[in-house]
Every structure is written in structure tokens, then in C-alpha cells.
Design a protein around this ligand. Structure first.
Ligand code: GLU
Length: 507
């Protein structure tokens, strides 16, 4: 019988969640849902030096905002708890010891100074970064180079040591990646990674393998940056005797800078003016902050859709997928091998598309905080009508204020000059006459307002085209906005008359 699908997202809580990380979450989530499996969140916090206060909570908040809630996690618990590696410290030692006993790992007693010396001594132009591995381990202080007695003595004296994997020489490690097909590595190129540190904490390499096994993970999807670590992990699966339980691997392609040169970084976002993290993140150590997609005004469903197709498609031209559709159509095999260029304009296009699919009432709820930041709280009904009128002009949530502020405040007339250039007594007389007609209008709706406008134009012998723009500028302050008579209807008779009168008084 096939193993139950169990996938995991295994972040280290070291900072903001990059959009590549969210995409990894998404692909894991989709795969789990599609196969009726479990999606596990495991916090990989064994590197205490890189631990950042608040980063774990931030991960939960991001997943919540994206509505990609794990089935098992440190917060939620689950049958394989604990899900935070620092709380599983006691589990790892026995496996490191098992590897030492079987000759696949060894104790290394080298001090930081000795390591430094080795690197300095062996450094050449061809090899600027000498590794601790098959070529060098013989000259270092470890249980391979020292006699049994020496090792016993060092251990008795409680000399600090780490446990390193003994990479075999001249072997090829092969595995099949669900995206890349067969991948192979020459073991001579890989160093003897530390598995257990002097403080008894495992490193990522040991912990990831032990936990994937203990948590019965069936598929391990992670970023391409981990591909170079795969040979170490595969060998650990083998040396621990678990090869037939090893998860299937898929290394997800990188998300690239817009120009396609290299991995998209936080710095690129700062340089080019777009977010790279899911939500705002402030590093508590440096106080440096970075804007998130959420705070920029993205809807989580648009963000997720944009990420899904950054590296995957369903084989058709379709671009908009609901979460349910993604669950049914997603397949790891259709993920591209090559990196996917990030395109912020496309991200905004997605958000625009998703805004158009929402009702006025839904948009009112989303836009309310952005309106309230500038003005007294409108009624939800009024805001809903405004949102309906302007949504096609809005791409990000703050646009609801930019595109609709004149529905809530008397705008400053920024385009005064445009009116002034063509202003004359005829126009002035027209506006004066028209607003007096408005006073006696029986019904205040855009059709009646437009009819009276047309009548007044005819009576004055003017061209409608010459008057519409000044009227818009009087009501809006600029040359934008939805239908001008709809605006008049919404802001009401009093404000319409007052704005026109005020504008006239400026000439
Ligand atoms: N802890 C690793 C990270 O921070 C996870 C890599 C993996 O999924 O194996 O991304």
C-alpha cells in the first residue's frame, strides 16, 4: 500500500518569510490537500546563533494571512509532537552515535583555531576555501586520525567535540527528483558536514533527516538552494538504514530577479520598490524593516495565485485559479526546472483581477482601514457604493483612497489651471444657471442630474465636451474618477453645489 502523503514546511525562524518560502508552503499545501494527506509545519531552530525573536510567530501570522494552515504544527500539536526541533534535542544524539558506531561518522575535537589554521595552511588560488573532508580529515584531530586510546582520553576529559559525517571517497550519490529527474553528485566534492554540535544540538542536516523519518514524511519539497545538501541527506538516510522509507524529493526552482540574473533578494525589493516578504518584517536585532505584500495592499488570494503560477502552470493558458482549482490541478511534474522571473507588474495585475471579482460590500470591508486612515469613518453602505464605482481603477487596497478620496472630502482643486485656460463669462454663466436648476431638481439621481446638465448646455449654446472636464475637476480636483454625474449623485446636492460655487469663486 502506498504511504500516506505527509509533507512538511520546515523553516528556520531567522527572519521575514520570503515569497519563495510562501510558494514552498503553497506547493506543500496543495499537494497535501490533493492527496488527502497531512501538511506539517516544523520549526527548525537548532541553530541558536541564527534564532531571531518573533520570527516564529511571524511565520504563523503569514500562514494565517495566506490561509495555508498546517494540520500539525508547534501551535496546533499533532501525533508527532513536538514540532519545534529545539524541543526534540534529546532525540538526535542516538542517531549520531549509531552513525559513529557504524563507521559513517566520527568525533572531531578540532578547536576553532585549529580549523582556522587548516584553512589558512591549505588555501591556494585554485582552492580558496579548503574543506574539512576526505582530503584533509587525516591531518585533523578526530577519531579517524587519532588512536583509540587518545580518543578515549579526550572523551573522558570531556573535551568538546562535534560529530561529522564521513563522506565516502569516489562514490556517486544518485536520487530521482520529482522535478529534475535523476540527479547525481560526486562525493569527493562534498565536505564532512557537522551532524552534532559541541552543545549536543544537531545541525540542520541530521535533524532534517531524523525528523522527516520520525514524522513519516512521504514527500520533501524545498527550495533549490538545498539541492547541494541533498547528497548528505541521502547518505544519512542510507547509513541510518532507512533508505526504503526515504521521502520523494522535489527541489523547487528559485524565484529570480526581474532581469533573470540570480535569486530575488530583499535588497532587490528595496532597490526596485516592491515587497519580497509576505508581511512587514522588522528585524529586532537591527531594527531594519521591510514592507510586505499584505501591507502594500495585496489580497492573500491574489498573492497566492500569483505565486502558484510562478514556476507552475496547468498546461493551458489559464492564469486565474481559485484555491480549490489549484488543489485539483496542481502537479509537481508540471513545475518548471528553470527559475521563474518575478514580475511585480504581473503581481499587481493579479491583485486587480481579484479586486474586480469582489462585491462592493466585500471591498468596503477591505478598504475601510485605508479610508479611515484619512477621514471620518463612512457608513459601510456608502463605502460599498464607492468601491463598486471605482474598483476598476484600483489595483492595490490603498488605491481606494487615492481613487475615491473626493467621495469623502472636499478635494483640493489640483487642476485649476486646466479650467482657467478656457474659462470665460459664458462658462461662468452656465455654471451659475445650472446650479440654480439643481436646487429645484425633484429627484437627486445621476440621470436627472445629467438631464438638467444637458438642458442647461443647450440653453447656453455650449458644447458638452467643453464643460464636462471643468465639472469633473470641480468635483474631483483632478482629471480622474468614474462618471461625473454618478459622483454628483453620491456626494449629494449640497456638496455638488458647494464645490461648483467654490470653483467659480476662484476665477
Ligand atoms: N530548515 C530549512 C530552511 O530553513 C529547511 C530545508 C528543508 O526543507 O529541508 O529552509
Amino acid at each position: 500500500m502506498d504511504k500516506k502523503v505527509r509533507v512538511r514546511f520546515a523553516p528556520s525562524p531567522t527572519g521575514g518569510l520570503h515569497l519563495g518560502g510562501v510558494r514552498t508552503v503553497l506547493y506543500n499545501y496543495l499537494y497535501a490537500r490533493q492527496h488527502g494527506g497531512d501538511f506539517v509545519l516544523r520549526i527548525e531552530d537548532t541553530d541558536q546563533n541564527r534564532y531571531v525573536e518573533g520570527a516564529e510567530q511571524y511565520i504563523y501570522d503569514c500562514l494565517k494571512w495566506c490561509r495555508l494552515i498546517p494540520d500539525e504544527s508547534p501551535l496546533k500539536g499533532g501525533p508527532y509532537a513536538p514540532y519545534r526541533q529545539s524541543e526534540r534535542k534529546h532525540l538526535y544524539y542516538q542517531y549520531a552515535q549509531q552513525l559513529v558506531d557504524a563507521g559513517h561518522a566520527y568525533y572531531a575535537f578540532d578547536t576553532p583555531e585549529e580549523l582556522e589554521r587548516m584553512r589558512a595552511d591549505l588555501k591556494t588560488d585554485e582552492n580558496p576555501n579548503p574543506q574539512y573532508g576526505h582530503a584533509t580529515r587525516g591531518r585533523m584531530r578526530n577519531s579517524l586520525s587519532l588512536s583509540r586510546e587518545e580518543v578515549m582520553q579526550l572523551l573522558e576529559k570531556q573535551t568538546p567535540y562535534v560529530i561529522r559525517i564521513k563522506m565516502p571517497e569516489n562514490e556517486t550519490v544518485r536520487f530521482t527528483d520529482m522535478i529534475r529527474g535523476e540527479v547525481h553528485f560526486d562525493t569527493n566534492q562534498v565536505d564532512d558536514k557537522v551532524l552534532l554540535k559541541a552543545d549536543g544540538m544537531p545541525t540542520y542536516h541530521l535533524a532534517v533527516v531524523v525528523d522527516d523519518r520520525l514524522m513519516q514524511i512521504s514527500h520533501a519539497f524545498r527550495g533549490e538552494e538545498w539541492l547541494s545538501s541533498a547528497p548528505v541527506h541521502i547518505l544519512l538516510w542510507k547509513y541510518l538504514g532507512w533508505l526504503d522509507e526515504m521521502p520523494q524529493w522535489a527541489h523547487l526552482p528559485l524565484i529570480l530577479k526581474p532581469d533573470g540574473h540570480g535569486k530575488l533578494s530583499k535588497r532587490d525589493g528595496e532597490r526596485l520598490g516592491f515587497p519580497v516578504f509576505a508581511m512587514n518584517w522588522t528585524d529586532p536585532r537591527t531594527n531594519e524593516s521591510a514592507q510586505g505584500f499584505r501591507e502594500r495592499g495585496f489580497l492573500p488570494e491574489a498573492f497566492i495565485n500569483m505565486l502558484a503560477v510562478l514556476g507552475w502552470n496547468d498546461g493551458t493558458e489559464q492564469e486565474i485559479f481559485s484555491l480549490d482549482e489549484m488543489v485539483s490541478k496542481f502537479s509537481i511534474e508540471r513545475i518548471h526546472k528553470g527559475g521563474a522571473k518575478f514580475d511585480f507588474e504581473k503581481a499587481k495585475w493579479y491583485n486587480h483581477q481579484y479586486l474586480q471579482r469582489k462585491t462592493g460590500a466585500e471591498l468596503a470591508e477591505l478598504a475601510m482601514p485605508y479610508i479611515m486612515a484619512h477621514t471620518a469613518t463612512p457608513t459601510p453602505e456608502y463605502l460599498a457604493k464607492v468601491c463598486e464605482l471605482i474598483k476598476e481603477r484600483c489595483t492595490l487596497l490603498p488605491d481606494f483612497w487615492e481613487q475615491g478620496h473626493f467621495f469623502f472630502e472636499t478635494p483640493e482643486i489640483k487642476e485649476l489651471d486646466t479650467i482657467k485656460q478656457k474659462w470665460d463669462e459664458n462658462k461662468k454663466a452656465f455654471f451659475q444657471n445650472w446650479i440654480s436648476m439643481l436646487e429645484s431638481l425633484p429627484s437627486w439621481d445621476h440621470l436627472s442630474i445629467e438631464n438638467s446638465f444637458n438642458e442647461a448646455i443647450q440653453a447656453a449654446g455650449l458644447k458638452k465636451g467643453d464643460i464636462m472636464l471643468p465639472l469633473r475637476i470641480m468635483l474631483v480636483g483632478g482629471k480622474y474618477g468614474p462618471g461625473v454625474f454618478l459622483i454628483a449623485e453620491m456626494i449629494g446636492k449640497e456638496d455638488t453645489v458647494q464645490r461648483v460655487n467654490h470653483a467659480i469663486s476662484l476665477f
